[in-house]
Ligand binder design. Structure first.
Ligand code: MN
Length: 282
């Protein structure tokens, strides 16, 4: 079966050593293979401590992040693009430092609401930066995938087909990162994006329509997992859920985490792992 992961924000809102220990140990105890560590502030993640805790627990790590307005590599302003690349370079260095296998998320754009369509210059800056980032990741032995997110979180690519076009423009072997929460908003069903991305499909987030307990919202998981099994996808499948019960200073406004969908991360994660494993056929 696919390696199963859980986002660190199910457990903790920061990455101090006690938080990192709690998150990594809890992920292991609830049966996951992978913990997905956010690198919104890559300078704030200690790679030596993180690697030690991962090794102590026999856990693998992946990383994700979204860029802010001041680090948006799709900005028309080359100075902002340069700042974005500095942050992404630091993220790759941190990820490499603790042995992460994958880097994904909204690394091609700001993660937030735009007030206008992306300009030709913005699209070019984004594609050029992804070609550059792919180089950095390849040198570090990290697999890069770009997350397709809904219209309120980027103006560059809201569907899998748009993301494939961006990757083709970048001209590099970059993966498509799909997320059921976003697919549920933007795509023509949940099977089509899995089929249309083909070999480029390399990372999957599983989230409910309200980002709480799986199976209690509107996402058609039978259609999604049916397609995932049909195409023989073998990459990571990571559970992503957010609640105001666990607060990250950076992510709370980015993801609009205004309401409490759960209090008990352990119960949530245990339920999610069983839900995903059952549908992936283990
Ligand atoms: Mn996601």
């Amino acid at each position: 079966m696919n390696p199963l992961g859980v986002h660190a924000l199910v457990w903790v809102g920061d990455w101090t050593e006690p938080s990192a220990r709690l998150a990594i140990e809890s992920s292991r105890e609830t049966g996951f293979d992978i913990i997905e560590i956010p690198l919104l502030d890559p300078w704030g993640v200690d790679p030596v401590m993180t690697r030690r805790l991962l090794e102590d627990n026999g856990m693998q790590a992946t990383c994700s992040l979204g860029l802010g307005a001041d680090t948006d590599v799709s900005s028309e302003d080359p100075a902002v693009v340069a700042k974005g690349r500095d942050l992404l370079a630091a993220a790759v260095e941190a990820a490499h430092g603790f042995g992460a296998t994958h880097l994904c998320g909204v690394v091609y754009s700001m993660m937030g609401k735009y007030t206008a369509p992306a300009s030709a210059t913005s699209r070019r800056h984004s594609a050029e930066s992804m070609a550059w980032l792919h180089e950095q990741c390849t040198q570090a032995g990290i697999d890069l995938s770009l997350e397709v997110v809904n219209r309120y979180e980027t103006n560059i690519a809201n569907t899998a087909r748009e993301m494939v076009a961006l990757i083709e423009r970048a001209g590099a072997d970059i993966g498509v990162h799909l997320d059921s929460y976003h697919m549920n908003i933007e795509e023509n069903g949940l099977a089509d994006p899995v089929h249309s991305t083909g070999d480029r499909f390399r990372y999957l987030h599983i989230g409910e329509s309200h980002r709480g307990y799986l199976g209690t919202g509107n996402v058609d998981f039978d259609e999604l997992f049916g397609a995932v099994r049909e195409v023989g996808y073998r990459g990571p499948v990571t559970f992503e859920s957010f609640s105001s019960a666990v607060v990250s200073a950076d992510l709370t406004p980015m993801l609009a985490l205004w309401r409490n969908l759960w209090d008990d991360g352990r119960d949530l994660a245990t339920h999610a792992r069983a839900f995903m494993a059952e549908r992936l056929g283990d």
